[in-house]
Every structure is written in structure tokens, then in C-alpha cells.
Design a protein around this ligand. Structure first.
Ligand SMILES: [Zn+2]
Length: 624
């Protein structure tokens, strides 16, 4: 019975936004407008004791804000990060005038650039081209994906992880747009606004106008408009900044660059920072959006893009570093007996070694989250499948979160890996169980691919070559066998009654395959869909009702960013805590789409507030 109890805990967490959706990482905190939609909340049923029902279908609002949120708290109130730069207090006196505040945040901004100068975080940009749909408004018509490491030093440099695509990169950069936009439509372009101005953020280049005070999350900020002075040069920041009122660090930038160079164009960006280490707010999220769908507009450029930055604490990854860090310890014999390993034991040890090597290498490349709370939820679901199918493996199955957006799963040895993007878009626990069941099936059927990675020389590659050195794609026969076994596992499990939801998710996936090619392009595992058709669990696609956008209670897939958030300093994955927001039109569903970021800002070390957010939307009565 313990198993079931666990499952319900997981169920509540995982299904919390099956019906209710939220714009992004968190709630708008300074937008009174949000209140306008809140009272319309369709009073979700209070969490019932029968949690299984709550997760059964997305038509019964499973949102249970009052449900006890188990230990998924891992906010800023964590142990001091090991290799964080030492905070450098300001040499200036505490400001008493706005002029002094300006001097202070200029000083802090230069201090941040210096502190992060030797960092090479991972930068991921996922972009969706938009076209107008009469019913749904702007919808994705194509997409692009960029992943690389950014050198935060003076010379801005970016190394791409997607080596195989180098050839096609030139065309992909242009994204089908007119040549006009070639220069700025680059991966790097989307991360420009990590700083307002790398070189000349000072009074001789900019005017600063104080606007007002405003709270962003728990943090009181001073808001300034920033305009470049006349003839101060090209590519200057124009927009607004939010400065926290204790140490006067910039926590948010919103705007663009001016004047645009001839024949090109600067995007608009909204850039957020998080106080993850003492004394500094590190760039974490950047949202970009262009496009005007009002009547009569000729400009065809329309897209929205999320850029996420993480892996600040990763090692630089130069050659010497690689070698000193590589795992060289051999298999340790921890048994007290002096017996030799049997052939089967040796085979298992070998696989374990390969598995450990790969997991460690992916973690070090900033692609895999360290073991954490999300894994407990995933493992609970895997455990439900195992227990109800009497699966007894010699080693326990582990799970880990791939930090990237493309929808993929793979397994190496007894570890199942699932991407952040996929967890985000899955509508409910049954759908999560379905994608995990496929990988569990590979493990049960002994489809082990990774054993060649037990040779440590195969781990000797630079981080940006990860995708060309590691791969876990099965042959079609094994894929088919795993799907068959997965359906068997599911039909014996507590999820057997909920496969209609899985069918709905797969239908939605099928409907988006051509538009979301980049999101469905896997880098390590087998794709869920290929060449415009679904390839995973196709037998389940016929389950459940037909897709119907007009049914507001039918949520087949969620937007990206609604479930998992990454700590950009430590790379840990955490469950997002959001309050339910009612869907009031088909446009609110936004399956697989990117949305703006609204992280809930909090100071480093501040006690993480309780699960109840204090936003305008959330403070409206929702439950009863
Ligand atoms: Zn597979």
C-alpha cells in the first residue's frame, strides 16, 4: 500500500496544472492586469482524498493548490554554492539620492561582469516562428533550436553543441527570413541582453530616469528608463531596468538596442536575473518576441523565443581540465568474499560502469540535472509500473532529467533520462507513465546500448562534442518491441484506466509534428515523431476522444516551462509552483508553445515562501 500512497503524492504534484495553466516559469507579480482574468476561474474542485480521480482526466480540474507540496523546495534558500565568486560589497556609501542609486547600479553591473567573466554557462534558445490562425491567433508554424556554451568574458564567444548541424546552420540562422535579418538571427543574438551594455554602461553614454517603485515577486525594485545619449554610438540599450533596493543590482532588463545597423534589425528582449549566489543576480531567462498580427500589417517577421542560461558552475572544459576530471577508477570490489565475478555478474558490472560514465559525463557537460526532487517523482511513477507488473530487476531503475527542451527520452543501463521539455508538455501523470514505460520496457527487455561507454577513453571529448560522441538510439525492431512491452506494462498498471489522456497527448503531438520539427529533433535518444508522423506508442494514439480545440476542458498538451525550472547556478531541476489559472479561450491552451517568463524573484537565502503565491491572479478565490 505504501506504493499507492507514493503515487498519489506524485499524482498531485504532477497533475497540478493539468487543467489550469500558467504563463511561464511563474506568475506575473507586478501585473495588476492578471487580476482581470482571475475571477473567471472556474472554481476547481477541492482536492479530493481520492487523488486517483484527480489525475484521471484533465477535464476534472486537478489543481489542488491546498495540497501539501512535498519537499520540492529548493529555491534560493540553499547551501552556499561551492565555487561562487566572493561577494564584493560596494565601496560607495548607501545611496540617499537617485543620482547615487544610478552610480551604484552602474558600479554593481560592472562588478557582475567581472564576477562572471570566467564563466561559460550553457545557453539554450528555442524559437517558434508564428503565423496567424483565424481561431487560435498566432500559432507556431516552424521552429529553431540552438544550444551552446557562452563565454562571459570580454570577448563574447559561443560554442555550439549541435556540431552536426554546422553545415545547415547558415540556412537555419536565416530561418527562412529575408536576408535582411541574417546578422541578428543568430544564436548569440538572443543572449545579448544578459547585460545592458558590455562596454559602455555609464553616464556618458546613457540617460537614466527614475520612474517608480515596484515589486517583482518578493523583491522591491526601483524602476528606471534608460536611453542612449545622442551620438553615443550604435547598438545601445534602449528600455527599462529594475534595480533591487538593497544592494542596487539590476534584476530585470526590458527593451532593445538602437539604432539598428543598416539592413538589419534588433530584437526586443525581456531579460531576468536570479539571486542564486550571495551578492550577485545572475542572468537566467530572456524572452524575445516580434510580430504584429493586427490588420493591414505587412511585416512578416513574427516569432517568439525563450533563451535559458544555466551551468554557471560548470568547469571551463579546456583540455587539461578534461583529463584531470575524467573518471579513471576501476570497478571496486566491495564484497567481503574473495569470489570472482561470474560471467553474468561481470557483464552487469560492466554495464553499471558504462552507465555511471555516461551519467557523469552528461552532468559535467551541463546537460543532465544532478539527482534531485524531480527524480523522486519520476521514480515513483516507474515504481508504480514495476510493482504492478512484478518487475524485479537486479539493480534499481534510476531516473534523471535532461536539462534541454527538445522532447526526448532514452535509457542507459538502468537509468531512464527524460528531457525537461517533455516533462513540461505532458498533460498528466498517465502520459508521463507512458513515456517512462517505453524506456522501462527497453530495460526489462535487455536492450542495453551503452556498454561501449565502459571504456573511459570514450569519455574523453570536449563538452561541445557531447552530441557527436554519445548516442542511445535503438534499431526500429527494438523500438517496436519496447512499444509493445510498454503497452503491456501500462495495461497492468494503475494508469490503465487513463490511457485516453495519453491518446489525446499523442494526437496533439501528431498534429504538431511538421511545425515543431526542431522540438521533436532528438539529440541522444529515438525521436517521438519523425518525418511528420508519430513514431512512439502509436497504438495508443487511437485511444481517447478526438482533438477538439473548442473544448476548453480538453487539455492535450501543455506549454513549455510550466513544470520544471532549472537553477542556473547548480543545474538542479525543481518543480514549478504555480497557482491555477483558468483557461478562458482556446488560445489559452498553447500546446507545446513558448511563453514569456515571469519568475518569482526572491533574495538569496530568503526563506522560500510557502506554496501559496501572492500574485494578483493567485490571490483571487480559486478553490472554494
Ligand atoms: Zn526506445
Amino acid at each position: 500500500m505504501r506504493t499507492w500512497k507514493w503515487m498519489f503524492t506524485a499524482a498531485l504534484l504532477v497533475s497540478v496544472s493539468a487543467f489550469a495553466q500558467q504563463p511561464a516559469e511563474s506568475q506575473p507579480s507586478a501585473q495588476p492586469d492578471a487580476a482581470a482574468t482571475a475571477p473567471a476561474t472556474s472554481s476547481p474542485a477541492p482536492a479530493t482524498a481520492d487523488a486517483a480521480t484527480a489525475t484521471t482526466d484533465s477535464s476534472s480540474p486537478a489543481s489542488s493548490p491546498a495540497a501539501p507540496a512535498p519537499e520540492v523546495q529548493a529555491g534560493p534558500a540553499q547551501a552556499q554554492p561551492s565555487s561562487a565568486p566572493a561577494p564584493v560589497p560596494s565601496t560607495m556609501p548607501q545611496p540617499t539620492t537617485m543620482d547615487q542609486v544610478v552610480d551604484r547600479f552602474i558600479e554593481r553591473e560592472h562588478g557582475l561582469m567581472k564576477a562572471l567573466g570566467n564563466r561559460t554557462p550553457v545557453v539554450e534558445t528555442y524559437l517558434q516562428d508564428l503565423s496567424a490562425d483565424p481561431q487560435l491567433g498566432p500559432v507556431p508554424s516552424g521552429d529553431h533550436y540552438f544550444l551552446g556554451r557562452m563565454d562571459m568574458g570580454v570577448s563574447v564567444d559561443r560554442k555550439d553543441y549541435l556540431k552536426d548541424d554546422d553545415k545547415g546552420m547558415e540556412t537555419r540562422l536565416m530561418g527562412g527570413f529575408h536576408k535582411l535579418f541574417k546578422v541578428q538571427y543568430q544564436p548569440m543574438g538572443f543572449s545579448w541582453m544578459v547585460y545592458a551594455d558590455r562596454a559602455d554602461f555609464d553616464r556618458s553614454h546613457y540617460e537614466f530616469h527614475y520612474i517608480r517603485r515596484e515589486f517583482l515577486g518578493d523583491v522591491r525594485c526601483l524602476v528606471f528608463d534608460v536611453t542612449p545619449k545622442k551620438n553615443s554610438g550604435r547598438g545601445r540599450f534602449l528600455g527599462r531596468i529594475w534595480v533591487e533596493d538593497q544592494e542596487y543590482n539590476i534584476v530585470r532588463l526590458n527593451g532593445t538596442y538602437v539604432p539598428a545597423p543598416r539592413n538589419s534589425y534588433f530584437f526586443h528582449m525581456d531579460s531576468w536575473r536570479l539571486n542564486l549566489i550571495p551578492g550577485y543576480w545572475v542572468p537566467a531567462y530572456i524572452y524575445s518576441e516580434e510580430g504584429d498580427f493586427s490588420a493591414g500589417v505587412k511585416n512578416k517577421l513574427a516569432f517568439k523565443a525563450q533563451t535559458r542560461i544555466w551551468g554557471y558552475d560548470l568547469k571551463k572544459g579546456d583540455k587539461d581540465d578534461e583529463l584531470t576530471q575524467i573518471r579513471v577508477d576501476s570497478v571496486k570490489d566491495e564484497t567481503t568474499t574473495t569470489q570472482d565475478a561470474s560471467p553474468l555478474q561481470a557483464e552487469r558490472e560492466w554495464q553499471q560502469q558504462a552507465e555511471d560514465n555516461v551519467i557523469e559525463r552528461l552532468t559535467r557537460a551541463g546537460l543532465l540535472a544532478p539527482e534531485g526532487d524531480v527524480d523522486h517523482i519520476l521514480q515513483t511513477v516507474v515504481n508504480n509500473l514495476e510493482v504492478t507488473n512484478n518487475i524485479d530487476l537486479p539493480r534499481p531503475v534510476r531516473t534523471r532529467v535532461l536539462l534541454t527542451a527538445p522532447l526526448e527520452t532514452f535509457s542507459v543501463g538502468n537509468t531512464i533520462v527524460i528531457s525537461r521539455g517533455l516533462i513540461d508538455v505532458l498533460p498528466d501523470e498517465a502520459s508521463l507513465a507512458a513515456v517512462l514505460a517505453h524506456e522501462l520496457a527497453h530495460i526489462v527487455l535487455g536492450h542495453n546500448l551503452g556498454s561501449k561507454y565502459a571504456f573511459n577513453d570514450r569519455m574523453l571529448f570536449s563538452d561541445d562534442a557531447t552530441y557527436s560522441n554519445l548516442g542511445f538510439k535503438h534499431i526500429p525492431e527494438e523500438e517496436a518491441a519496447a512499444d509493445k512491452k510498454a503497452i503491456e506494462l501500462l495495461s497492468n498498471s494503475p494508469y490503465a484506466q487513463k490511457l485516453d489522456n495519453v491518446g489525446l497527448f499523442l494526437k496533439s503531438l501528431q498534429a504538431h509534428t511538421t511545425q515543431l520539427n526542431a522540438l521533436l529533433t532528438t539529440h541522444l535518444g529515438n525521436p517521438l515523431a519523425q518525418n511528420g508522423s508519430l513514431t512512439r506508442l502509436t497504438a495508443l494514439e487511437t485511444k481517447g476522444p478526438a482533438l477538439d480545440n473548442t473544448k476548453l476542458d480538453q487539455v492535450a498538451a501543455l506549454p513549455l516551462g510550466g513544470r520544471i525550472k532549472i537553477n542556473p547556478w547548480s543545474d538542479t531541476a525543481e518543480m514549478v509552483k504555480t497557482a491555477p489559472v483558468a483557461i478562458t479561450s482556446a488560445r489559452d491552451k498553447m500546446p507545446f508553445e513558448v511563453t514569456p517568463f515571469y519568475p518569482r524573484l526572491a533574495r538569496y537565502g530568503a526563506a522560500t515562501p510557502s506554496a501559496a503565491p501572492t500574485t494578483a491572479a493567485a490571490s483571487a478565490p480559486t478553490g472554494n
